[in-house]
Design a protein around this ligand. Structure first.
Ligand code: PLP
Length: 481
């Protein structure tokens, strides 16, 4: 008999246990790695064989290659010393939930192809809506509901597509987008909105970037002026994408005013709360979403700050019928009794891909493991740590704060040239002790310090600040008189 090409059940058990041990060891030791991968372009690829093996390798050899060849090229997003960009934090229950999803290997493209995949997702997104005190309109018990997408970029794309169809009476789907539709967002919005209008056929020149106030929040007066000018010019304003927590500075757009303008002019309001949305788990931070009841759609990424590994973007709509009508196609081979019945959600009509993973499992594991109180505790802790860091920056005369430091993101710089600030960031990141990123605010090179890693604690903040001060000493001299 031919030998089996597969792993035996016993080999799989042994290898799987070793891999879980490997991950547990990695989490214990993650601080020993330089946070930012210290490699040059091409180095990892060149270290690997250019051709695939003809006969299969043993699992030991595969794991040895991971250690020797792959790990040097990994930037350690799960390090408690990772303060760059927005986080992609994870947690043990999330990893296990994802592993279970992978093991089940479910492809939940239809309710019928795995009812639990659809129904758990609806349930968990309803749980989340309640945990975050989102408007009732987003609950599945009414006309709305939530769905898990791969990313905030895809969520906002779906908002743009649904808004486009609503504005054109579903004609764009049939004839292509012939109208001069216009979308609005702020100069501080995430670049994904620009990509969305390109993909949706709206055209980049039909995206208006509305100027912001001194807190980097969209100015509603300028928004309304732009809408009126466009209407006067015979164009069709159709969507405003507002942000709760912009990428550069965590600015909060005034949702109540923006929503009022959207209602008056009949525009769709999408709200992107990619990272900051998680803060609403805590009642004391819910002011960030004041006015959200005026939104047609909303998204936040559990894969950023809610201990759920990438990808897990939670997208809600107040009127699911508009969304699903915009994205629905039903070839014969996908027809079945349930899908024709209205008794089930068919999530393939809530986003662009047909196929879908069982992503709700990891979110469900996370919520069950931590409970609402556990998650609230962790978010409060991150905000408290960031605010401690803020006080240290404020007390050092060599630095200035560049944006109102709400929640867990601190934007600061040396009171010196852009070049010196760039040098400071480069030296810190090359030290491997921590990882920070930058942006430009009011034309100035600005360093961003975002506290949201699962295991970040006071000593990490303290060591980061020590490293920053030591480099600052070398660049501009000591703060001591
Ligand atoms: N929106 C905001 C405010 C963001 O900060 C980001 C990414 O950091 C995105 C959208 C895009 O997120 P994703 O990678 O989930 O598409």
């Amino acid at each position: 008999m031919e030998p089996s090409r597969h792993m035996t059940s016993q080999q799989f058990r042994d290898a799987g246990k070793r891999l879980i041990d490997w991950i547990a060891d990695y989490y214990e030791r993650v601080e020993r790695y330089p946070v930012l991968a210290q490699v040059v372009p091409g180095q990892i690829r060149q270290s690997l064989p250019p051709d695939p093996p003809q006969s299969g390798e043993k699992f030991d050899a595969i794991l040895a290659s991971v250690n020797a060849k792959i790990m040097p090229g990994v930037t350690h997003w799960q390090s408690p010393n990772f303060f760059a960009y927005f986080p992609a934090n994870t947690s043990e229950p999330s990893v296990l939930g994802d592993l279970l999803s992978t093991g089940l290997g479910v492809q939940g493209m239809l309710w019928a192809t795995s009812p639990a995949c659809t129904e758990l997702e609806t349930l968990v997104l309803d749980w989340l809506a309640k945990m975050l005190a989102l408007p009732e309109a987003f609950l599945s018990s009414g006309k709305g509901g939530g769905v898990i997408q791969d990313s905030a970029s895809s969520s906002s794309l779906c908002a743009v597509l649904a808004a486009r169809e609503r504005a054109t009476g579903f004609r764009s789907n049939e004839d292509g987008c012939r109208d001069e539709l216009v979308a609005y967002t702020s100069t501080q919005a995430h670049s994904s909105i620009e990509k969305d209008v390109k993909v949706a056929g709206i055209g980049r020149r039909n995206l208006r970037l509305i100027d912001v106030d001194s807190n980097f929040a969209m100015r509603p007066d300028l928004l309304e002026k732009a809408i009126e000018e466009d209407k006067h010019a015979g164009k069709i304003p159709f969507i405003v994408c507002a942000t709760i927590g912009t990428t550069s500075s965590l600015a909060l757009d005034p949702l109540e005013s923006i929503g009022g303008i959207c209602k008056k002019h009949n525009l769709w309001m999408h709200v992107d709360a990619a990272m900051a949305g998680t803060a609403a788990l805590c009642p004391e931070f819910r002011h960030i979403q004041q006015g959200l009841e005026l939104a047609d759609s909303y998204c936040f990424d559990a894969h950023k700050w809610m201990f759920t590994n990438f990808d897990c973007s939670c997208f809600y709509v107040a009127d699911r019928e508009t969304l699903t009508r915009s994205l629905d196609v039903l070839p014969e081979y996908l027809r079945n009794q349930a899908s024709g019945s209205d008794a089930v959600f068919e999530y393939r009509n809530w986003h662009v891909p047909l196929g879908r993973r069982f992503r709700a499992l990891k979110l469900w594991f996370v919520i069950q493991h931590y409970g609402v109180e556990g998650l609230q505790w962790l978010i409060r802790r991150h905000v408290e740590l960031a605010q401690t860091f803020l006080r240290w920056v404020r007390d050092d005369q060599r630095f200035e704060l560049i944006a109102p430091a709400a929640l867990n993101l601190i934007c600061f710089r040396l009171k010196a040239s852009d070049e010196l600030n760039e040098k400071l960031l480069r030296r810190l990141n090359h030290s491997g002790k921590l990882y920070l990123s930058h942006t430009r605010l009011n034309g100035k090179y600005t360093i961003r310090f975002c506290v949201a890693q699962t295991k970040t604690e006071l000593p990490h903040i303290q060591r980061a600040w020590d490293a920053i001060r030591t480099e600052a000493d070398a660049l501009v001299g000591s703060s001591q008189p």
